[in-house]
Design a protein around this ligand. Structure first.
Ligand code: ADP
Length: 301
């Protein structure tokens, strides 16, 4: 097959590994810099152009769209869908997962376990917003944050109010969430491919840190999931419409709760922690499922 990987940087571990895995299985691979793709959207024959040439018709596209280029990146994926290439994750699903509020609303309406969460832009009654999720301690998150930046644990109502007011002063969208203390500063990354969790790791925050992000000094180990955790991760991926994704769970006293679904999950951490060839599993999924003109949305979303 001819596979295109949409990625800004061919040296990134995940990009390199996907290329290696695909080539090892006999496929031809191009790495395409997403931001350098351009297209004529009025043409009756959809194509994607790159450096003065029309890109070939790929059997499959693996989108690795970073959060900072979601807007342009999803438009490029949409265009590839219109050309009939099988896109591992479709544009609509990527957009859905990029919007934390939209994702949580979608997951909640299907009954997926979530931390009690309130969101607000400019609440007139801050104490009520805090009370609404069960009172302090609460976790306050900047909606646009990544890698744990803008995620604050407020131990008391007073601190919570002060932090919320500070964020409000910045005109930011915020999320106020019940603090899952029993998670013990750890979360679980489930790597979903198709309708299976193919690898899972537990990330533990550094001593005294409630955030488990590896970028913040956390460490990762292989973990065995409970059937409920597996089912929750697969259901969350399915609701988002993502074929390949990372579902982050917290172990709460009432069972697994979903924190986030990531449409471009990194491969380095998960392959190192589990020793599994997750990249090859992504390629196998493509081999089994890639058919031309078989995207669910075909650029319609
Ligand atoms: P980011 O997307 O910036 O990584 P997250 O929402 O994933 O932000 O939060 C970062 C980390 O903080 C999580 O991996 C988790 O370990 C911890 N955390 C986030 N929300 C909660 C919560 N409600 N209860 C307990 N720990 C949390």
């Amino acid at each position: 097959m001819k596979i295109g990987i949409l990625s800004r940087n061919k040296k990134l571990y995940s990009t390199r590994r996907l290329k290696e895995a695909a080539e090892a299985r006999g496929h031809e691979v191009d790495i395409i810099d997403t931001l350098h793709c351009y297209m004529d959207i009025t043409s009756s024959r959809p194509v994607v152009r790159f450096k003065g040439e029309e890109l070939p018709s790929y059997d499959a596209i693996i989108p690795r769209i970073g959060a900072s280029i979601s807007f342009y990146g999803t438009a490029v994926v949409r265009q590839f869908e219109m050309t009939g290439s099988f896109c591992v994750n479709e544009s609509v699903a990527i957009s859905r997962s990029r919007d934390k509020l939209r994702s949580m609303q979608l997951l909640s309406r299907k009954g997926i376990g979530l931390p009690r969460t309130g969101f607000a832009h400019h609440p007139d009654n801050v104490p009520d917003l805090i009370k609404n999720v069960g009172g302090a301690p609460v976790v306050i998150k900047l909606l646009e944050g990544t890698q744990g930046i803008g995620v604050v644990l407020a131990e008391t109502e007073k601190t919570a109010e002060a932090v919320i007011e500070a964020f409000m002063g910045l005109n930011a969208n915020i999320l106020v969430q019940e603090f899952i203390k029993e998670a013990g500063g750890a979360d679980i990354r489930c790597f979903v491919v198709g309708d299976r969790v193919v690898a899972a790791m537990k990330r533990q925050g550094a001593e005294g840190e409630f955030r488990s992000n590896l970028h913040r000094g956390g460490s990762a180990v292989l973990i065995k999931l409970t059937p409920k955790e597996r089912a929750t991760a697969v259901a969350a991926a399915n609701i988002m419409g993502l074929n390949v994704c990372g579902v982050d769970l917290l172990r709460s006293s009432r069972g697994p709760v979903v924190m986030e679904v990531n449409s471009s999950p990194g491969l380095e951490g998960i392959e190192a922690a589990t020793g599994k060839d997750v990249s090859a599993m992504v390629i196998e999924f493509i081999e089994k499922n890639a058919q031309r003109n078989k995207n669910k949305t075909q650029g319609k979303g």
